[in-house]
Structure formats: structure tokens, C-alpha cells
Design a protein around this ligand. Sequence first.
Ligand SMILES: [Zn+2]
Length: 203
Amino acid sequence: MTTIHKKKILPFPQLDEAGFLALRWHIEEHPDTPQSKSVERILELLRHLRNGGDELSKAEQLRFTTELRNRVSTYRWVRRVSYTSKGLWASVVPADIEKLLPEDRWEYGAVGDLLDMLQFHGGFSRIGRCADTRCGRWFYAINRSDQKFCSLACKQHHYDSNPERRKQKQAYMREHYWEQKRRAQRADERFKKKTRRSQKTSR
Ligand SMILES: [Zn+2]
């Protein structure tokens, strides 16, 4: 039997996983443009300030919030009303949208999506950056807001490459090995005793 998942209708537009992956794809395809760098810096600031920035000092909170505010204030938006097949529609669009270059339109779209997320979902807990140092990729956490890695492979690599963890793992494996070996020996002895007893009784 197939289960039909009804698509949840959200009260506000929101950057979902697919939207976020498209944003990340664009940054990864054009990592050196000023537009990608601006969006990435805003992502970084929002990540620092996620969950109210409660892991930061007061000075850091203020510094990041000020930088975010300054960056956001450089974008100019206007409200526009248009008539569509479904009736009147109001939206927020970049000022002088017609004059913007495609790359600037993308930047406005990406920043607008991130700010909508902040406005309507108060916080930024779904977007993180992979804690594995060889990776550092942005990710969208589907299930857990405290997710630290972009993939299981990165999680494993991070733990395996930590010298302290590696020592712990090796010690555990050694302990486990001797434990297993002792258990096997004991089982073997029990089995031998049992067979000796049954041989005696059967005589
Ligand atoms: Zn990763």
C-alpha cells in the first residue's frame, strides 16, 4: 500500500530544502563573485546568530548583529501590486528590479529568502555548516536543528580524524576484542565440561 503524504501548506513562503540546495548550488558554482560572497557572509552571520546567538558572548552578538544589519540595509526593496490570473497580488521586490543584472537579481532573491525565513520562522536553526574541517559545506537540517555534519561520511571522518577519539576507539576495540575472546573461551570451557559430564553419564 502506498502512503500519500499531503504537502503541508505553509502560512508564509519559506526557504525549504530544495530552495536552500539551489542557493547552495549557485554559491558553489560561482564561489568568487561578490554576490555569492555577500550571500555567504549573510549565511555565516545568521548561522552565528542562530537560536538567538546564545553560544556567543555579548560583544560577539553585538558585532555580528551590527554587521548583519549594515549588510541588509544596503538592499532596497519596494512593495508592488500586480494583477494576476488569480486576482490582485502584492509582493516585495527589489527596487529598480528591471535595471539589475542577473547575478544581482539572484543575490536579492537569495537574501530575500533568508530574511523571509528569519521574519516568519524567527531563527535559523535549520541551516548549518558542516563541522568536518575538510568539508565546511552548508546544509539544510531536515530532522534535527542541532545537526552538525552535512552527511554521515563527514560525521565519521570527523570522529575518526580526532586523535583523542581514535585512541578511545582503539582502546575500545582492544577491550572489546579481549572481552569477546574471554567470552568465547568461557563458552568453550562450559561446552567441554558439559560434553565430559554427558559422556560420563552415558557410560
Ligand atoms: Zn560535510
